[in-house]
Design a protein around this ligand. Structure first.
Ligand code: NAD
Ligand code: LMR
Length: 338
């Protein structure tokens, strides 16, 4: 019952599409599948009809999670891999989702996670480069503004970087923006899709409320409060969990949602557009190699990177605050690998 309703919620359009694509074999790996995000994400991916095979890997606990998730009554096959089976977990995968790494505690910034998570992500990316260099890599591990450049630089070093295949998942910011804007305007989240651009941390998160039918009506103090809530939604959860970690369930939902969008694009569905943090030309002339904006997803991953469209004066200010911070975060990731 649960799995079917989750599948329906996640894949309203993929379900429609499923009959045409059921024969496609899409193996997805989750690296960090035993964690707070990894477990519910694995469950949601098991409920996605576009996932035909699911490989769950973690340095601890993945075989148990796989045994549990494998009982869900959907068609996909689930396998669990122990700490010393990373290469086997990556064999033949088309999509690799990475939520491996430590989460924040109250008082920490995402950048405080860099020292631990940078090498975890680098080592996992090196394994993907070795075993499944064509795979699409979806990075959840924080700090995303640095971990995505780390993945790209690691693949580049191995001679297999394809900028169409590496994505930072910023979908949680998009999900929050829709939800929080709906709360302010009285509309439903469905009626308030908000494009969020930039990166994934505090001031680098730039919601473009002026481009939304309902969002553009939010002004003055309400606008400032809404932007702040979207930029610092992660802190809200970290504080409420009081030392037990950061967002896991809403992140699993966002991660499954983005994975489903990518799979729909890979399967040939047209017009799948969503914000994601990718190697981008938009601010490359300012030395900013990665940026999140609306991206069309196609049969080979990134199909088209959309520009930002017109921005309000407030949004131009937000963007001006975002760019220097983002540049610093990206360069930190790049120099870690160099
Ligand atoms: P968690 O501690 O609950 O789980 C992390 C898992 O990673 C653990 O099971 C751990 O064993 C595993 N792991 C550690 N090193 C590994 C390795 N080398 N290979 C495979 N697995 C490994 O943490 P969580 O709450 O699931 O968060 C994971 C990450 O996701 C954190 O960095 C967090 O900040 C980030 N996050 C990102 C977003 C986003 O919007 N992108 C949202 C929420 C959390
Ligand atoms: C989030 O936005 O919830 C995540 O990036 C986790 C965090 O550290 O806030």
């Amino acid at each position: 019952m649960f799995s079917r309703s989750v599948a329906r919620a996640l894949t309203s359009s993929s379900a429609r599409y499923f009959s045409a694509s059921a024969q496609r074999q899409t193996k997805v790996a989750v690296l960090g599948a035993g964690g707070g995000i990894g477990q519910p994400l694995s469950l949601l991916l098991k409920s996605d009809p576009l996932v035909t095979s699911l490989n769950l890997y973690d340095i601890r606990g993945a075989p148990g999670v796989a045994a549990d998730v494998s009982h869900v009554d959907t068609a996909s096959e689930v396998k669990g891999f122990a700490a010393d089976q990373l290469d086997q977990a990556l064999e033949g995968v088309k999509v690799v989702v990475i939520p491996a790494g430590v989460p924040r505690k109250p008082g920490m910034t995402r950048d405080d996670l860099f020292n631990t998570n940078a090498s975890i992500v680098r080592d996992l990316a090196a394994a993907v480069a070795r075993v499944s260099p064509e795979a699409h890599i979806l990075v959840i591990s924080n700090p995303v503004n640095s971990t995505v450049p780390i993945v790209a630089a690691t693949l580049e070093k191995a001679g297999v970087f394809n900028p169409r295949h590496v994505f930072g998942i910023t979908t949680l910011d998009v999900v929050r923006a829709a939800r929080f804007t709906a709360e302010v305007t009285g509309a439903t989240p469905n009626e308030t899709p908000i494009t969020v651009v930039g990166g994934h941390s505090g001031p680098t998160i730039v919601p473009l409320l002026s481009q939304s039918k309902n969002g553009k009506g939010v002004t003055g103090e309400a606008y400032k409060a809404l932007v702040h809530r979207i930029q610092f939604g992660g802190d809200e959860v970290v504080k409420a969990k009081d030392g037990a970690g950061s967002a896991t369930l809403s992140m699993a939902y966002a991660g499954a949602k983005f994975t489903n969008s990518l799979l729909r694009g890979l399967n040939g569905e047209k017009g799948v557009v969503t914000p994601t943090f990718v190697k981008s030309p938009l601010f490359a002339d300012q030395g900013i190699d990665f940026f999140s904006s609306n991206v069309e997803l196609g049969t080979d991953g990134v199909e088209k990177i959309h520009d930002l469209g017109s921005l309000s004066a407030e949004e131009q200010e937000l963007l001006a605050a975002c760019l220097p911070e983002l540049k610093k975060n990206i360069e930190k990731g790049q120099s870690f690998v160099a």
